[in-house]
Design a protein around this ligand. Structure first.
Ligand code: HXC
Length: 270
């Protein structure tokens, strides 16, 4: 991808190395694309080999590698981190973008269905942070001019305050936001920053295809309830991530930034 249209300089993340879970598709792929376009080397992790192969090819082989595995399994998380460090020499950025979801009323949701989503979104985020921690802490530099290692957790706005048929994903994402704050508190003294991005409705994503009202209706709804008058684009989320992983956010930690075109104002949120 060319970074000529980017508001950030192309060397923003030179010498950085990122691991992006869910990096083979959707918002995770766009984040990976933008990281690479700004000088970062990236390992994308996911469960589907054909998706990883075609996405890593499109991202460029010199700055991208992939690891097939599930964030639900601690051993896969450790192996993905090790693969990244063996390939690029270090790990300075972790992006947790892997997520699972489907629509179900709480009454119809089975305990196993609830568990499938919590173990992907919340436990998976913890597993990855836990596996990455030793490498992130060893890449933190005593020089204040070097970018601090960091984690960005992709959250959601579903749980703010609540969404029908999303009890599993809402509980998971509320847990992710809490984990963001707890890890920021514990790991700040080691110069590891931990933040989140909470996307509003983003067009052309698997989440919107599975959970949204259809493209036409989504556009109408966006006109009514999103002050900025449009659905989000994947790059809206990618740019928020670029800011958070850059030096510009060097004193920002424990925050989950809502990127939703102002939809929360319509919902009456603070
Ligand atoms: C009801 C379902 C279901 C569905 C799975 N289950 N899909 N229940 N409706 N559509 C239940 C199953 O019945 C089963 O429970 C349990 O979940 C486990 O099912 P498995 O088939 O074994 O699936 P598994 O491999 O464990 O993974 C389930 C999954 C996965 C996590 C949901 O399919 C997945 O990741 N899919 C979505 C990927 C995706 O869309 N990612 C983007 C998310 S977007 P029982 O009791 O029957 O055994 C997002 C942002 C939200 O999160 C913002 C939106 C606006």
């Amino acid at each position: 991808m060319s970074s000529t249209s980017s508001p950030f300089i192309p060397t923003l993340l030179n010498d950085s190395v990122a691991l992006v879970t869910g990096g083979g598709s959707g918002i995770g792929l766009e984040i990976s694309r933008l990281l690479i376009a700004h000088g970062c080397s990236v390992c994308i992790m996911g469960r589907r080999l054909p998706v990883l192969l075609s996405s890593s090819q499109s991202l460029g082989s010199s700055c991208c590698t992939y690891y097939r595995g599930s964030v639900r399994l601690p051993q896969d998380c450790t192996a993905a981190v090790k693969h990244t460090v063996e390939t690029f020499g270090k790990l300075t950025i972790l992006i947790n973008a892997a997520a699972g979801n489907f629509l179900s009323s709480a009454r119809d949701l089975t305990p196993n269905g609830f568990s499938a989503v919590v173990s992907t979104d919340l436990l998976g985020t913890f597993n990855m942070c836990h596996s990455a921690f030793p490498y992130l802490s060893s890449s933190s530099s005593p020089q204040p001019s070097s970018p601090s290692p960091c984690i960005v957790n992709i959250s959601a706005t579903l749980h703010r305050p609540a969404t029908f048929y999303q009890s599993h994903a809402s509980a998971s994402k509320a847990g992710v936001d809490s984990l963001t704050r707890s890890l920021a508190l514990e790991w700040g003294p080691l110069s590891i920053r931990v933040n989140g991005v909470a996307p509003g409705p983003i067009g052309d994503t698997e989440g919107m295809r599975r959970l949204g009202p259809g493209e036409e209706a989504a556009r109408e709804i966006a006109g009514e309830r999103i002050p900025m008058g449009r659905m989000g684009r994947k790059k809206d989320i990618g740019y928020a991530v670029l800011y958070l992983v850059s030096d510009a956010a060097g004193w920002v930690t424990g925050e989950t930034v809502v990127v939703d075109g102002g939809e929360k104002l319509y919902r009456g949120e603070q």
